[in-house]
Design a protein around this ligand. Structure first.
Ligand code: NAI
Length: 735
């Protein structure tokens, strides 16, 4: 159906020519009563004539339309609106279009050049719109157009005055859009391009003739129609094309540390990151803008400092050593997409072969039990660390050629899928000072469709970065365990090939140390060395075969310490001791008898034990997993959280409209706790939400504020505390 403006009263300012004339004609053609305003000034704002407006009114009337002329300046805003009321009894639509130019290079811009431009464009639009506002508000309908310009959006030589006024109008529109919303008053801004007397001085005549005002006008009509719900938009329009603009903001960087002054050097050092638009966000309100600042405050607040009580001397050593990362600092989340090819390539990388028929389930995607080797779980999480992850941490100015992989822990919560998308979130769990070097403990949670699949802990040794007065041990570190003092229960000897590292690196560890002889020589090695995680993969699959019949669902966790390098082509001897469901491991290079993996062990699920996949998940509730993750975090960081949060939150989880579970996070008492079921005490804030919506919120797919306003999330108690809750869910569940 065609868009009609029957019954609507429209004021178009500066409608004696150019774009304004076109709007006036078009509105009138579609039934509107139009006030054709034009002062009849020259392009610089001088002179006055009624001829321009009269001519357009005549044109409209000749075609059977309704129009009256008005010759006042937009600086007399009330009079323009009065003209509409006098002639047609109401005002529905205001198109702020009147304009002049007084172009000068900036130093030559006089006070008058400046003031006149602000007065006509910005102040004029303010006065006219303010005069119309209450009428629109009372009738619960209003449509306002502001006319900005590319010169304002992007800047243009010689138009400092005009650019400032034009973007000022956008600012005005942004706020009117917010204030008008509840009265059905919408305000949008256009930056048009059209041939007119204003542009004929700057554009070649052909272009002036081709860029017709009629290629702009339909956007204005649409934005002013009842059906159009657009509000607060900014559009570039010309030549029959329309595009919408919005703000984009880089992810940015936090450049200060808790309790330390912010300085320009830190800004300089992070400049590239501050200005990097990768994964940029698009904030659309001051609320969103402020929210990110508040979350920075909360994030900084929850940081620990390195060393419990650094003395002045050690504190200065910390800052000079280059290792002063915020513990608890998150690395950018990373996404890992894979399919059977990566699984098979990894299996080949850790020495699986079709020579062993029972390896086929890891090498052939058509195998009925085709599976991913459990230790593949290190690959996606390593990607989180490698893709610039560690180097993005403020305060972690380490020499990456001096980094050694010290230890690794991996725990699976369910068997790995053989394809899909995994998301990993890495956190600096702790930083230790070992004198000769620093150890960075990095915890990585990896999720598949929001479900926690595995947890990795990397211990990274940075040679030469110690001596900053930090602690030597961490309760967060997963410990290595010595093997029993008896002969091993099983020994498997397996040769690596000359190309083992060349093959393994295709799974994602591209460090030239493992392929480039000259690079290896620089590191003091006689030849490129095998990846520590490759030997780790060898050892793990030896255990899986020996004690779990190659059943990946039996695998629970593995811990190893990397002691010495292995050269591709050497044979690995894995010695295994079974102690219940724990298999202790030691790996040696057979040719040299050198221990390469020590203190290592694998925990298996007992045969009778159901695999975690089959465990009942709280009556099929997805939220159960999130709470279990929170429970783990409270165990690790409980007292710290109690200090920061000091509140009790209850969650009533519903499923299919019925109460399905209740969880209470107590971050007030003792070292913090998670309760399942009815809570004996009093919660400070209680939420009721469905299982699906809860998980969506934690995954960041559902905005909690929106959920609250749409009734999907109900809350009772001290709502202000929800700020803190976001920190817990975001930082500690991190799905
Ligand atoms: P135009 O010069 O043809 O139209 C502007 C009209 O405003 C004139 O008829 C003029 O007499 C009138 N006017 C000037 N001062 C007035 C006042 N104090 N009170 C009432 N009327 C007054 O120019 P055009 O190109 O049609 O421009 C329309 C609007 O679009 C202006 O705001 C201009 O800045 C803006 N614009 C135009 C672009 C283009 O490519 N034509 C580019 C970017 C913005």
């Amino acid at each position: 159906m065609s868009l009609s403006f029957e019954g609507r009263v429209v004021l178009v300012t500066g409608a004696g020519g150019g774009l304004g004339r076109e709007y006036a004609l078009d509105f009138a053609k579609r039934g509107a009563s139009v006030v054709v305003n034009d002062l009849g000034a020259d392009t610089k704002g001088g002179g006055k004539s009624s001829a321009a407006a009269d001519k357009v009114v005549e044109e409209i009337k000749a075609k059977g339309g309704k129009a009256v002329a008005n010759y006042d300046s937009v600086e007399d805003g009330e009079k323009l609106i009065q003209a509409a009321l006098d002639s047609f009894g109401r005002i529905d639509i205001v198109v702020n279009n009147a304009g002049i130019l007084r172009d000068r290079s900036f130093p030559r811009t006089s006070d008058l050049d400046w003031d006149l431009i602000q007065r006509i464009h910005l102040r004029g639009s303010f006065l006219v719109t303010r005069a119309a506002w209450n009428h629109m508000k009372n009738q619960k309908f209003g449509r306002i157009i502001m006319t900005a310009s590319a010169a304002g959006i992007y800047g243009n030589f010689g138009q400092a005055n005009y650019s400032a006024a034009k973007l000022g109008m956008l600012g005005l529109a942004n706020t009117l859009a917010i204030e008008g919303r509840k009265y059905n008053i919408h305000c949008n801004t256009i930056a048009p391009v059209a041939g007119s007397r204003l542009t004929e001085t700057v554009m070649p005549p052909d272009l002036v003739a081709s860029l017709k005002p009629e290629y702009v006008s339909p956007l204005v009509l649409w934005l002013c129609h009842d059906q159009c719900q657009e509000n607060g938009g900014l559009f570039e329009v010309g030549a029959g094309w329309i595009g919408k603009l919005r703000w984009e903001r880089s992810r940015g960087r936090i450049v200060r540390q808790k309790n330390q002054p912010m300085n320009p050097e830190a800004v300089r050092d992070q400049w590239d990151k501050i200005c990097d638009f990768t994964d940029a966000t698009k904030p659309a309100s001051t609320g969103e803008s402020l929210q990110s600042m508040v979350s920075v405050l909360l994030q900084l607040e929850s940081q620990e400092t390195v060393g419990a009580n650094p003395t002045a001397a050690s504190a200065s050593a910390v800052s000079t050593s280059g290792i002063n990362p915020a513990i608890g600092q998150k690395l950018p989340p990373s996404t890992f997409n894979f399919n059977h090819i990566q699984c098979i390539l990894y299996a080949l990388g850790v020495g699986m072969s079709t020579k062993d028929p029972d390896h086929l389930r890891f090498l052939y995607e058509g195998h009925p039990d085709f599976s991913c080797l459990p230790t593949f779980g290190v690959i996606p999480s390593q990607a989180a660390m490698m893709d610039g992850g560690l180097s993005s941490v403020p305060g972690l100015n380490i020499d990456f050629t001096q980094v050694l992989h010290g230890e690794q822990y991996l725990e699976l919560y369910k068997p790995l899928p053989t394809s899909g998308e995994l998301t990993s979130q890495a956190t600096i769990a702790d930083v230790l000072d070992k004198g000769s070097g620093a150890v960075i403990i990095l915890d990585v949670n990896t999720y598949s469709r929001g479900e926690l699949v595995c947890f990795n802990q990397f211990s990274v040794f940075v040679v030469g970065a110690g001596g900053f007065g930090g602690k030597r041990t961490s309760e967060k570190a997963k410990a290595v365990l010595p093997p029993p003092q008896r002969a091993p229960d099983a020994v498997v000897i397996d040769s690596t090939t000359r190309d083992q590292a060349a093959l393994y690196r295709l799974s994602g560890d591209w460090n030239p140390l493992h392929i480039d002889p000259s690079f290896a020589a620089m590191g003091g090695f006689q030849a490129p060395i095998l990846h520590g995680l490759c030997s780790f993969g060898f050892a793990a699959r030896h255990v899986l075969k020996q004690f779990a019949a190659n059943d990946p669902s039996r695998f629970k966790s593995i811990k190893v310490r990397f002691v010495k390098p292995v050269l591709p082509g050497q044979s690995l001897q894995t010695e295994m001791w079974k102690e219940g469901n724990r298999i202790h491991i030691q790996s040696k290079v057979k040719e040299t008898d050198a221990v390469v993996l020590s203190g290592a062990y694998i925990d298996l699920h007992a045969t009778s034990e159901a695999s975690p996949e089959n465990l009942p998940q709280g009556g099929g509730l997805q939220s159960e997993l999130v709470f279990e993750e929170i429970r783990r975090r409270i165990k690790d960081l409980g007292s710290e959280l109690v200090k920061k949060v000091n509140a009790v939150f209850s969650w009533e989880i519903t499923k299919d409209g019925k109460n399905a579970a209740q969880w209470t996070i107590d971050l007030k008492n003792g070292g913090g706790a998670l309760h399942k079921g009815p809570y004996p005490g009093k919660a400070d804030l209680t939420f009721t939400v469905s299982d699906e919506n809860f998980v969506q919120m934690v995954q960041g797919k559902l905005n909690p504020q929106k959920a609250f306003f749409s009734g999907k999330l109900k809350a009772r108690g001290n709502i202000m505390l929800s700020q803190k809750l976001e920190v817990i869910l975001k930082d500690y569940a991190k799905l």
